[in-house]
Design a protein around this ligand. Structure first.
Ligand code: ATP
Length: 236
């Protein structure tokens, strides 16, 4: 459904992404593992049309080329981004934040239905719908950010380091909620430092190193791979 082919991105002379190819299908979780500076955020930004650098190559959503399209057009094609650091509006309530995600035409008519879906997925957000976002816990704020992206009725959800800064318990809740999102048929592209937890819920994964995809496999095989264990799982 989402098909990235030979995608490259450069900031001036600095090549942050080179010839990256990957795909994400309906109802699968795909994780991108990579060290700091490998190009993970650039990859998600390039897919979403918000990369400040020069982007070339191909990103197809259901067969439609979206490289070079404006970010709001890409959301209309069904690709939503949960950015690093969440980007929620601290002084607005939970529900106001969620409703801001419903701006794309593809979602506007179904705003109430989507809100209901988000509340079924995250009952806590419904309980706290009137609470100012700033006063929510880190994990709850991350759920608001995911819920807001879900309000655009996406077919593919991309997330940049969603577990960053969360306690182990809240991270666990977060990864469980991503499984619930997958169960609705949405495809998930996940960039994560927490390799163990993300491989545990993922179907497939890619290793991004120095702007290149160096390996891809099922999550189960990656978890068993000695090189992956050494580099990403803190073991031999
Ligand atoms: P991290 O895990 O630390 O967030 P990352 O894998 O997400 O890293 P990117 O943020 O994609 O890495 O950055 C890849 C490279 O591109 C880095 O060397 C970074 O310094 C550079 N870079 C990122 N954004 C810009 C920018 N706007 N201008 C110039 N260089 C940038």
């Amino acid at each position: 459904m989402l098909e990235v082919k030979r995608l490259s991105a450069a900031y001036g002379q600095h090549i942050a992404l080179e010839d990256v190819s990957l795909r994400v299908g309906r109802g699968e979780i795909v994780v991108i593992l990579g060290a700091n500076g490998a190009g993970k955020s650039t990859l998600l930004k390039a897919i979403s049309g918000i990369c400040e650098g020069k982007v070339s190559g191909s990103v197809r959503m259901n067969g439609h080329e979206v490289v070079g399209e404006r970010a709001d057009r890409i959301v209309e094609e069904g690709v939503a981004l949960v950015p690093e650091g969440r980007g929620i509006f601290a002084d607005l309530t939970v529900e106001e934040n969620l409703l801001l995600g419903a701006y794309p035409g593809r979602a506007r008519d179904e705003e109430r239905a989507n809100l209901g879906r988000v509340y079924r997925l995250f009952p806590k957000l419904e309980e706290r719908r009137g609470q100012v976002a700033r006063t929510m816990s880190g994990g709850e704020q991350q759920m608001v950010a995911i819920g807001r992206a879900m309000m655009s009725n996406p077919a593919i959800l991309t997330l940049d380091e969603p577990s960053l800064g969360l306690s182990p318990l809240l991270s666990k809740e977060l990864f469980q909620s991503l499984k619930a999102v997958r169960a609705t048929g949405i495809g998930i592209l996940l960039v994560e430092q927490n390799a163990r937890a993300s491989l545990a819920i993922a179907d497939r994964g890619y290793l991004l190193e120095n702007a290149h995809i160096i390996h891809e496999d099922t999550a189960a095989n990656l978890m068993r791979d000695p090189a992956v264990q050494k580099a990403y799982l803190g073991g031999a």
